[in-house]
Write a protein that binds this ligand. Structure first.
Ligand code: 6PG
Length: 465
């Protein structure tokens, strides 16, 4: 018996994805070093054509040609170890798919290494968590188009669908898939941070109960903000703690961890010269959150404001979120635009918005509007410049500022919202005070400056008389 698809790494993501593929009518084989993972796979997949093995050679020999092998193992060294262990048994034309959150530089290195050996490598972002893996994730492949065409029937069946369209599309060469997934995660960080800031206002500014917050998010999910993150946020506020007589949210320590994809987004944005301050500040807030003791010391020296100054309504917060969400997608997409040119990915932004509409963590109804914006102009400089999108931003802008001022006056940290507003202000200001920075640089370091009245670079010897 030869199997259509092989998967390495039978953790919950891997098991769920391979079962999803099997349920869609493909024969599958999973490889794991853990006997119990294999037993679980075979029992969960008893109604489909599913096999598990601990033997790498048997795994590879059981796959039909060209072999389609997907890795869902932790990013980093484990990916290289698995690939290296497979190389002696592979045949030219075989396809290795890395479905983890690998760094795009690693993906490029692996792609080039395997290409030299006549194997295909598809660096593929998979979003949707363990549930998405089972029910239909958003899949973001990059690498060789011809290899993608071979795995396409499997990915199209296994992916989420929106209005019948599969949430998978070939995105571009080499590391394009993993780059797009990284940006997805950067946007995810920004949306989560904006939501948390609004939660802070609801809880500590407006004194809303968890039940009320649950209701507010559930209602928002019926409107423009309709999205996976708003939906699960609503659910979170109704969950009770199994160990105490309270809500689970109130028992969770306020230190947010991170695996690194948000940080990579910011690092890469700096490297490629793109401004994504909402994403940057979301990463910074995760870092600040980790210093709980320091924050405690700080609060003794700079106590919180009391009583609350000013007022915002629930409707104001909804508008501020619509504004913030739109601009953080715009930042992520603008980063893709710059990188696409630098790396020659030739990304299609409409297509990216399309496959983000379902299955992934940042799926949201707003993506439909963004798709339309790129249909109107595929070369849009920045999403915020589209007519319809700019109207939506303008409609919510003054309220976003009002919420930001309220947060500042009440010492409610709103770094993501504030930086989103300042980003828009900066990127829509023809004249910025950066002439002064040029003058300072020239003054202390003879770094030269350009003039507004004639071309060339100039240096002034006499700044200090
Ligand atoms: C997804 C998610 C996922 C990510 C986790 C945790 O698209 O399914 O983005 O890939 O790993 O959400 O990320 P952090 O640990 O960095 O918060």
């Amino acid at each position: 018996m030869k199997y259509d698809f092989g998967l390495v790494g039978l953790g919950v993501m891997g098991r769920n994805f391979i079962l999803n593929v099997a349920e869609n009518g493909f024969s599958v084989i999973g490889l794991s070093s853990k006997r119990e993972s294999i037993d679980t796979l075979e029992s969960d997949g008893k109604d489909f054509t599913v096999k598990g093995t601990e033997d790498a050679k048997e795994f590879i020999e059981s796959l039909s040609s060209p072999r389609k092998i997907m890795l869902l193992v932790p990013a980093g060294d484990p990916v290289d170890s698995v690939i290296d262990s497979f190389i002696p048994f592979l045949s030219p034309g075989d396809i290795i798919i890395d479905g983890g959150n690998s760094h795009y530089d690693d993906t490029e290195r692996r792609y080039n290494k395997l290409k030299k050996l006549n194997f295909h490598f598809l660096g593929t972002g998979v979003s949707g968590g363990s549930k998405g893996a089972r029910l239909g994730p958003s899949i973001m492949p990059g690498g060789d188009k011809e290899a993608y065409e071979l795995i396409r029937p499997i990915f199209e069946k296994a992916s989420a669908k929106v209005s019948g369209d599969p949430c998978v599309s070939f995105l571009g060469k080499t590391s394009a898939g993993h780059y797009v997934k990284m940006i997805h995660n950067g946007i995810e960080y920004a949306m989560m941070q904006l939501i948390s800031e609004v939660y802070h206002v609801l809880r500590y500014g407006m004194d809303k109960s968890n039940d009320e917050i649950h209701q507010i998010f559930s209602t928002w999910n019926e409107g423009t903000l309709n999205s996976y993150l708003i939906e699960i946020t609503g659910d979170i506020f109704s969950a009770k703690d199994g160990e105490s007589d309270t809500y689970l949210i109130d028992m969770i320590l306020d230190k947010a961890k991170q695996k690194g994809t948000g940080k990579w987004t910011s690092q890469s944005a700096m490297d490629f010269g793109v401004a994504v301050p909402t994403i940057d500040s979301s990463v910074s807030m995760r870092i600040i959150s980790s210093f709980k003791d320091v924050r405690g010391l700080g609060e003794e020296i700079y106590p919180k404001s009391n009583p609350v100054v000013g007022e915002v309504s629930v409707g104001d917060l909804e508008k501020a979120l619509i504004y913030g969400f739109t601009i953080c997608y715009a930042q992520g997409l603008s980063q893709l635009k710059v990188t696409s040119l630098e790396k020659g990915y030739s990304l299609d932004y409409r297509e990216i918005c399309k496959i983000w509409r379902g299955g992934c963590i940042i799926r949201a109804s707003l993506l439909e509007e963004f798709m339309n914006a790129f249909s109107r102009n595929s070369k849009l400089e920045n999403l915020i410049f589209d007519k319809e999108i700019s109207n939506m931003i303008k409609e919510n802008e003054s309220i976003a500022r009002k919420v930001s001022v309220y947060c500042i006056n009440n010492k409610i940290p709103s770094i993501a919202l504030n930086s989103t507003i300042s980003y828009l202000d900066a990127i829509t200001h023809t004249n910025l005070p950066m002439n002064l920075i040029q003058a300072q640089r020239d003054c202390f370091g003879e770094h030269t400056f350009e003039r507004i009245d004639k071309p060339g670079t100039y240096h002034n010897e006499y700044w200090q008389g």
